[in-house]
Write a protein that binds this ligand. Structure first.
Ligand SMILES: C=CC1=C(C)c2cc3[nH]c(cc4nc(cc5[nH]c(cc1n2)c(C)c5CCC(=O)O)C(CCC(=O)O)=C4C)c(C)c3C=C
Ligand SMILES: [Fe+2]
Ligand SMILES: [Fe+2]
Length: 362
């Protein structure tokens, strides 16, 4: 058998098309894979699709860290008999019926297509871009296998969460590492650091606010930056998510040049009876309305793509709470999605994290 460890790199970057029996199978070495990873979303909004998705998600110990002896009976016998119906109805109200998928899936596909084009322009055919999900489909493992088949000897894994949380970025990385466990010739891997303070991400957020404000007749009294919450205990146990969210808000305020108080940071989507990060968005918007802030805008900087938590929870539930408390004008500013400035920021983050592996052309 050929000793590939001693072959020069230029040999290894070529397709090995003729191999002897017992030799390695043909492999096109030398490409770099960029694997974008998002949370995942149900395949459909019917009871069983919802139950499968929620079961995988809520059985993840990075998300719910209670002892499985206590948590699993509660999850299987109580939560998963009810929540698939209520969450399924919420998904139905935002579903992309034409494509037969949730908005998170459609937007992630659009982002991937634009990232492919951006990477192609910078690196030519040497970089392959694809996406995977932490829960459900397409699975992380299936996409790692596909990248290897396409000749990616190195893989850059990019969790699409600007702020790191154990419940999101870390569990995505765990799943990525697990997917490498049984590979005989493991790829060389890197994970991308959180980009909560990257100047191009802050710029993209600021531009989205400025665009939205330019379209309004009167300026909102307050901009609410609503981040997905986590239990407060996770912060006390060392999770930096809360601090990274606060820093994103501060940098956004500084870039916009606004005075103190015009941006308020809040946390949404509380799940279960524990105390979560505060203030809760749903309560804070009501308090704002009651204290005379009748016109607000809401932005969701923790979400790289619009999803159930923004399109349904913010734009329906949280909006309702504001209006019931006397609020008059509520504007939801969409996530960065496949905005050009967002794609440029993500492409820059990728390029920075590819340093030493591959250089841009020209
Ligand atoms: C943006 C970062 C996110 C953090 C942090 C996060 C923590 C977290 N989430 C739950 C429970 C649920 N989240 C759900 C949906 C959901 N969560 C995020 C992102 C973060 N979650 C996204 C992008 C989505 C949307 C997925 C989509 O398909 O659109 C859900 C499912 C919906 C529902 O039934 O409400 C649950 C449940 C916990 C418990 C948690 C931290 C511990
Ligand atoms: Fe969540
Ligand atoms: Fe929610």
């Amino acid at each position: 058998m050929a000793d590939r460890g001693t072959e020069p790199m230029n040999m290894m970057s070529k397709t090995t098309s003729s191999h002897l029996p017992g030799d390695h199978p043909p492999v096109n070495f030398g490409k770099v894979g960029v694997l974008l990873a998002n949370l995942g979303t149900p395949d459909n909004y019917d009871y069983w699709s919802m139950r499968r998705y929620l079961n995988e998600f809520l059985s993840d110990k990075r998300v719910i860290d209670y002892s499985p002896w206590i948590w699993q009976p509660l999850l299987q016998l109580v939560i998963l008999t009810k929540r698939p119906f209520s969450s399924g109805a919420a998904y139905k109200s935002i579903w992309n019926e034409e494509a037969g998928e949730s908005p998170l899936m459609t937007i992630t596909k659009d982002q991937t297509a634009k990232m492919k084009a951006a990477m192609q322009a910078r690196f030519g055919d040497d970089v392959v871009v694809d996406f995977c999900m932490r829960y459900g489909n397409p699975s992380t493992k299936s996409k790692v296998e596909e990248l290897q088949k396409q000749g990616c000897q190195k893989i850059l894994f990019f969790p699409l969460y600007p702020q790191y949380a154990g419940a999101t970025s870390a569990t995505a990385c765990d799943q990525f590492f697990r997917s490498l466990e049984h590979i005989k010739w493991q790829p060389i891997v890197r994970t991308v650091e959180p980009y909560f303070e990257h100047p191009m991400y802050i710029e993209a957020l600021a531009q989205s606010v400025e665009r939205a404000y330019a379209d309004m007749e009167t300026r909102p009294d307050v901009l609410v930056a609503s981040y997905h919450g986590v239990p407060k205990r996770y912060l006390m146990e060392g999770d930096p998510y809360h601090c990274q969210c606060q820093k994103t808000s501060r940098l956004l305020k500084e870039r916009l040049g606004w005075p103190e108080g015009e941006i308020v940071t809040t946390f949404q989507s509380r799940f279960g009876p524990e105390e979560w990060l505060k203030p809760y968005t749903v309560e804070e918007v009501a308090r704002l309305a009651e204290t005379g802030k009748k016109k607000i805008a809401v932005i969701a900087p923790a979400f790289s793509a619009d999803c159930i938590e923004t399109l349904e929870e913010i734009n329906e539930e949280i909006k309702e709470s504001f209006e019931e408390a006397g609020g008059e004008e509520f504007t939801y500013i969409p996530c960065l999605n496949d905005d050009d400035a967002h794609i440029a920021a993500l492409a820059k983050v990728v390029e920075e994290n590819l340093a030493g592996w591959i250089a841009p052309k020209g």
